[in-house]
Design a protein around this ligand. Structure first.
Ligand SMILES: N[C@@H](CCC(=O)N[C@@H](CS)C(=O)NCC(=O)O)C(=O)O
Length: 96
């Protein structure tokens, strides 16, 4: 169901999940930041797996992609991920 995107450097102590689509620029931007951090994450393409779109909406209360979880915590979308980076909280959340 989910593809494991392994950047090859660090393995985050927590599971990172991103619901996404292949064409979405916000998804690519978020992916790029996670890759820069060197963490592996599960990429769930909601177009390849339509049932996962409903799952994403139910779990997040949002309809846009990406939607990102770090462990049990719903981070939100790309802007939310970058806000955590800007505030210096992201590394601790990722344990990197
Ligand atoms: N501010 C959001 C923007 C996300 C966004 O607009 N994603 C687009 C795809 S690139 C989307 O899901 N559009 C569908 C919709 O608006 O219903 C973020 O940072 O994640």
């Amino acid at each position: 169901m989910a593809d494991l995107h392994d950047s090859g450097k660090n393995v985050a102590a927590v599971k990172v999940i991103m619901y996404a689509t292949g064409w979405c620029p916000y998804c690519r931007r978020a992916e790029s930041l996670l890759r820069d951090k060197g963490v592996a994450f599960d990429w769930i393409d909601i177009e390849d797996h339509p049932g996962r779109r409903e799952e994403m909406m139910r779990l997040s209360g949002r309809r846009t992609v990406p939607q990102i979880w770090i462990g049990e915590q719903h981070v939100g979308g790309c802007d939310d991920l970058f806000a955590l980076e800007q505030s210096g909280q992201l590394d601790a959340m990722l344990s990197v």
